[in-house]
Design a protein around this ligand. Structure first.
Ligand SMILES: *Cc1c(COP(=O)(O)O)cnc(C)c1O
Length: 405
């Protein structure tokens, strides 16, 4: 899955270019930087690779989401509809612009259930934010139709699905804006970093200024820039951008390996009729960063995850084990409104409602789901061994629980 698995001379060369000039900042110092503009180059590369008109690099995927929301005009009083299964960054960014995160159920695509989105729309709804989890896509046709009908902003959190696509378009480039994360464990990494992509010049110009204290980047030097609106510092450094530049050039290779390893593991697990797989609205577009699969019941899944853990096979379950970061059941800090600073009444009321609100449809999916991260480093032997172990464990749990003859 992560780009750091293929770390090497290419990254070192790009970083050394920056170290040799000593110009670690992406703006200004035109002479001393000796022609090295790593962040700008990476933005051009992102546009080319993903088919976006504009890209704005940021310090992280989280700040990319915050930036995108600000540029799309989302703020105080607005509601943002988002899934119960995501990473905490998604709701942090909503709260970061003063908007209200409205969590709704996921379906067997592991992301927004369009019917749940529809049911959650109120006069205050401003944005729908699908999160393309674990390398694959939401049902974008359905979500686009809803946004069009209700005149809503569509913001794609594609942080985990770099290189995945839907009907020929790269995830992130379909809605009004999309975001990527280049943190250390994502498909390609800068160490830390992120990007907003958009096809709107207006949104792009706002992102450009917002990530750099509102600078319009039109002055003869930084001091002479004007500030048409208030911004923050969400800049990426040249060092981080340099790493990303080497990484994005290897993306095709990463995806090719992921797809090969994913297909092999999926083939092995497909032998078991009781195992089903995540529904993909466009199977061709899967980046194959994860293989996400379901067992027939929560009890069976629990047994399988426990046994896989005992045998040292990383199972990837977001529901009871392993992970406090990706599913609403584990977000006590959200549900108990553990914020450091006071929030608006609208936010407090919504967060408090999550303490008791049930997400039975999401639970029914997530409690049976195992997401196996696909490593770039696995050999064919290792995949066969891992697959065989999983098959053995699943068979034995099915038998023990009387779920199969
Ligand atoms: C990683 C991630 C982010 C945030 O990215 P950072 O670069 O770590 O801030 C946002 N959304 C999702 C779904 C992610 O997985």
């Amino acid at each position: 899955m992560p780009g750091f698995e293929f770390w090497g001379a290419e990254e070192r060369k790009e970083v050394n270019d920056v170290l040799e000039t000593g110009i670690l900042m992406r703006y200004g110092f035109d002479g001393p930087r000796k022609g090295h503009w790593k962040a700008k180059e990476l933005e051009t590369e992102i546009c080319k690779t993903f088919g976006a008109s504009y890209a704005q690099l940021t310090s992280s995927g989280t700040s990319a989401l915050t930036t995108a929301m600000a540029a799309l005009g989302i703020g105080a009083g607005d509601e943002v509809i988002m899934p119960t299964f995501t990473f905490v960054a998604s709701f942090e960014a909503v709260l970061g612009v003063g908007a209200v995160p409205v969590l709704v159920d996921v379906d067997d695509t592991l992301t927004l259930n369009p019917a749940a989105v529809k049911a959650a729309i109120t006069p205050r709804t401003k944005c729908v934010m699908p999160v393309h989890m674990c390398g694959s896509m939401a049902d974008m046709d359905a979500l686009m139709a809803i946004c069009k009908e209700h005149n809503l902003v569509l913001l794609e959190d594609a942080c985990q699905s770099i290189g995945a696509s839907y009907k020929g378009k790269t995830l992130g480039t379909i809605g009004h804006a999309g975001t990527y994360s280049f943190d250390f464990v994502k498909t390609i990494t800068c160490g830390e970093g992120g990007a907003v992509v958009t096809n709107s010049e207006d949104v792009y110009i706002k992102c450009d200024g917002y990530t750099d204290h509102g600078h319009d980047h039109k002055g003869v030097d930084r001091g002479a820039d004007l500030h048409p609106f208030i911004g923050f510092n969400y800049r990426i450094s040249e060092l981080h951008a340099a790493v990303g530049l080497a990484q994005i050039r290897k993306l095709d290779k990463f995806l090719e390996i992921q797809k090969k390893n994913h297909a092999l593991l999926k083939g092995i697990l497909s032998q078991i009729p009781e195992i089903s797989f995540r529904r993909l609205p466009d199977p061709q577009g899967d980046s194959c960063t994860f293989l996400s699969w379901f067992l027939p019941t929560e009890e069976i899944a629990k047994g399988v995850v426990a046994e896989l853990k005992a045998q040292g096979v990383l199972a990837g379950n977001f529901y009871w084990f392993d992970n406090n970061w990706h599913y609403i059941r584990k977000w006590d800090h959200l549900k108990n409104v553990h914020t450091l600073n006071p929030q608006t009444e609208a936010i407090n009321a919504m967060l408090k409602s999550y303490a008791t609100k049930q997400f039975a449809a999401s639970d029914a999916i997530m409690s049976r789901c195992i997401s196996s991260a696909i490593s770039l480093m696995w050999t064919e032997e290792q995949i066969k061994e891992k697959g065989a172990k999983i098959v053995e464990v699943v068979k034995s749990v099915l038998k023990k629980q009387g779920a199969t003859a």
